[in-house]
Design a protein around this ligand. Sequence first.
Ligand SMILES: Cc1ncc(COP(=O)(O)O)c(C=O)c1O
Length: 365
Amino acid sequence: MPSQNITSASLIERWVRPEIRVIKPYYVPDSDDLIKLDAMENPYAWPESLVEEWLEVLRNVSFNRYPDPAAYKLKQRLCKSFAIPDTMDVLLGNGSDELIQMIMLLVSAPERVVLAPEPTFSMYRMIAIATGMKYVGVPLQNDFNLDADAMLEAIAIYQPAVVFLSYPNNPSGNLFDVDVVCKLIEAAPGLVVVDEAYYAFAGASFVARLKDHQNLLVLRTLSKMGLAGLRLGLLTGNPLWLSEVNKIRLPYNINVLVQVSADFALGHQKIFDQQTSQICHDRDAMLAELRGLKGITVYPSSANFILFRVPTGRATEIFESIKTHNVLIKNLHNAGGMLSDCLRVTIGKPDENQAFMRALKAAMI
Ligand SMILES: Cc1ncc(COP(=O)(O)O)c(C=O)c1O
């Protein structure tokens, strides 16, 4: 037993790796009573009749039993909904975050490298460090496109165990050039994971290319299409790779409520498709309106959010001003580098988008 004069702080210093001690946990701000346009969620609820139907389904769930460990029925449904080729396998995670963690745990070893373009989804870096790997970020070009030469050079130097490519990229919203991505997949000595979290809004996918590349895996999530609260992600690719990743998966990681609810929801795909096309329509309208605002640089988006740059040194002030109008967006300024002076807004319902535009215009004066 540690003696009384040994403090938690000193124990933590002794036992928790320094690179973990310095990590800042994933930050989710309070959003009480605010119009929430910060987290790439779908703003639409289900129609009341559908909620009633879903509650009926839940009545029959056996809470006293463990869930199907393979989530067989749900996987079948997902393969159909996402048009996964018969020759590929799928693995489910508690959000795609969990699948990213499983992939890294699978290939983790001291000195091994996880590589991604920067800026990108912050969890690639966090999970790489947490799983004991080195993280190498390769700057994107000023327009947030891949720097093919820099990526190829970094792949040659660092021989990464895994490369992550967010497609479209979070937080920039753009789709990377397909030919460049293919070159990177061919040059990579290890896995390349194309993370299609925003597939519903982009339509573009690498799933059809899985058969051409032995080292390619594709990630999807149900979060952005309207089921963020359920926490369900999907990894697809070569069955040999997936059976290795499956060894890392904790048993029963997809609980009974998620299994039946996601299966039920995907049986009503039409509603999600309607919501998605409304969001894409509203995104294009907001892109056009933002482009007309003096002092703002808007980046193209194939996702359900828009990245924009405000006049130098004003991002935090504009973000706070927008918040005083009850609208919460994401301030990326503190991430620094290419994201200095950048803010990101998620597409909400039309009245929420209007509230944001009014708040932004007022803040820009
Ligand atoms: C590129 C990308 N991948 C994965 C995720 C995580 O999604 P999930 O909710 O499935 O864990 C996000 C969330 O914002 C994301 O932007």
